[in-house]
Design a protein around this ligand. Structure first.
Ligand code: PGA
Length: 252
């Protein structure tokens, strides 16, 4: 059975190791009681070793907020999939819209980063989503292009490991989510693309998430959408009270 995943993307909200440890202590306490939900925390890279090395539990996994398109070598300021794997990460966020000015945010970047994440044992959570919607539906072509670019060149045995998170750029950091019907339509669209290009097994088994302004008020609505297997939480995951409430609701 597919497990629901809640991903806490702390972005740059956390400023010190102490703050990271305090927030993580709350999250691991709540997570230890959850039966239906798995939690993934994506801290700022600087604080990943601080919290991951002191944690021996199995209820929370860690994610890189982003990995380089390069495998290793002379790339000042970049962090590789191998480095994240060696520091305790098990997942990697790939292609988040807030990294679009970063290296490799082309479709080629999605392919390279996904490939490197998998090579080093990280499960890629690939963000796909349009900047804006046009009435002619061209945004669907953008999405399709991103999906196919991500999966191209991956061996068949790795395809099911890739998680797609539909996160329309215009819906990030707002007060509420996209309409639930719309989210469902987009999840179906992603599965349709997978069906047409890779067959029914992948279309059925692939994990599809939603991200963009998910908070305690709307998490139940998001997880009630069939074809959605998890959610990525930004702002609300950096607040211990809000995130505790969100996890408790997600577990119901
Ligand atoms: P948000 O961020 O929950 O603050 O909208 C989500 C994300 O960007 O991953």
């Amino acid at each position: 059975m597919k497990k629901r995943l809640i991903v806490a993307n702390w972005k740059m909200y956390i400023t010190s190791p102490k703050e990271a440890q305090a927030l993580f202590a709350v999250i691991k306490g709540v997570a230890s009681k959850l039966r239906h939900v798995e939690v993934v925390v994506a801290p700022p890279a600087l604080f990943l070793p601080v919290i991951a090395q002191g944690y021996g539990g199995s209820k929370v996994a860690f994610a890189a907020q982003g990995v380089s398109v390069h495998e290793s070598g002379a790339h000042t300021g970049s962090l590789s999939a191998a480095q994240f794997a060696a520091s305790g990460a098990r997942y990697a966020l790939v292609g988040h819209s807030e990294r679009r000015t970063d290296e490799g945010m082309t479709q080629d970047g999605l392919r390279l980063k996904t490939f490197l994440a998998l090579k080093y044992g990280l499960t890629p959570i690939v963000f796909i989503g349009e900047r804006e919607r046009d009435s002619a539906g061209r945004y669907l072509e953008v999405l399709k292009g991103e999906i196919l670019a991500t999966l191209t060149e991956l061996p068949a045995s790795k395809l099911e490991e890739v998680i797609f998170c539909y996160e329309p750029v215009w819906a990030i950091g707002k007060d509420d989510i996209l309409d639930a019907y719309e989210i469902h339509q987009m999840a179906l669209f992603i599965r349709k693309v997978l069906l047409e290009h890779y067959g029914s097994k992948l279309a059925q088994n692939a994990r599809v998430f939603y991200g963009g302004s998910v908070n305690p008020e709307n998490i139940s609505e998001v997880l009630a959408i069939s074809d959605i297997d998890g959610a990525v939480i930004g702002r609300a995951s950096s607040d211990a009270v809000a995130f505790t409430e969100l996890l408790t609701l997600a577990n119901k």
